[in-house]
Design a protein around this ligand. Sequence first.
Ligand code: NAD
Ligand code: LMR
Length: 379
Amino acid sequence: MPHPTTTTTTHARHKMPLKIAVLGAGGGIGQSLSLLLKTELRSTCLAADAAIHVALYDVNRDAVAGAGTDLSHINTPVTVTWHAAAAAAAADEDPLATCLRDATLVVIPAGVPRKPGMTRDDLFSINARIVTQLAHGIAAHCDLSRTFVLLISNPVNSLVPVLVETLVADSSSSTDPDIAKTIARRVFGLTQLDAVRASTFLHAALGCGPSDRVRVPVVGGHSGHTIVPLFTQASQSGAQDHKLRAKVLALSPEVLEQLVHRVQFGGDEVVKAKNGTGSATLSMAYAAAQVAQAFAELLLDLRPDLQDTLYANIGAFSNTDVAKQVTKITNGLAYVSLPLTITKDGIQAIDLQWAHNLSAEESKLWTTCVRELEGAIKH
Ligand code: NAD
Ligand code: LMR
């Protein structure tokens, strides 16, 4: 019988190891994400010549032990351990503490998913309790000046504030006088699934070839009208951007409107198709794995920074000149998803170029988004 925290593979490596904790690893997203981390981070592990350890945690003992054991049979150098809350009474130490200790990247897909007829906001009470409990664990067992936290659980728009506020409250005895800002620079809500959907749907609408990688910036939040895809600012790798934009602008207003609607309500499509058994898991795991890999590369010094659009406490940047522009553009929103540059010290820069290039229709979408986000943040 394997012990719930059995280490599957041990490789002596030369650099500081990286530990990634996945909280809620036994669920639909958690299991798929853990598989992608075990397999996709192989290249990161080898490029950095560093050990990568993925620690799985869930309150569902069978799910996390099953996933952990299953993953442990995959022959990549990424190490996997699993930690089940149900074993707490019997264990010498809280399994959440064991999972989180020394982790510098924490990904949270723990929480209840929607059923048809529900909004993401309907999940707030139950998932806020789960996220608050996990936040207490992170504050107690992680070094918040070094750790990045990525939240997947819904509703992202109002749970990221809960997560940040809990971490800050639990750090009131910190010796860092700027601990609240330190935390705000390192805690993010994941809205990448919207960008993945926008890219997929635009790609299909334009009939792009298999080798064309279309990127669509998506700003705002992660729910209905707070999701603002900027199709007119789509880009492609290489120097094809102007051709791509000309093709986007040649789409009829009706087609563009349908594309926007499909991205804003893409989650509903999956909830409906799953017919009461959950919401998007595989596409979310794909999106989260890409973000986690970029953070892994950052933490292992394979890149100096990363650029991504993430939901964060932008309000914490109120003293900088850029923040004045952000305040103007966002009407003073405390939390919003914007294109960010992130180094090992957390958010370093906010890219506002998108706001100066909005089409008339995108400006209207942004105004609606800001109004809805204001309500969600105050939840
Ligand atoms: P799921 O029910 O399949 O998995 C959730 C897991 O969380 C379960 O294994 C459960 O045991 C675990 N869990 C519950 N309470 C816990 C706790 N206190 N500590 C640790 N683990 C706990 O759900 P799912 O489909 O994986 O979705 C998870 C969440 O992600 C939902 O809230 C869903 O709405 C959200 N989601 C967000 C996005 C996004 O774009 N950000 C996309 C898809 C889903
Ligand atoms: C999604 O966009 O697919 C997720 O937020 C899950 C949901 O509830 O729609």
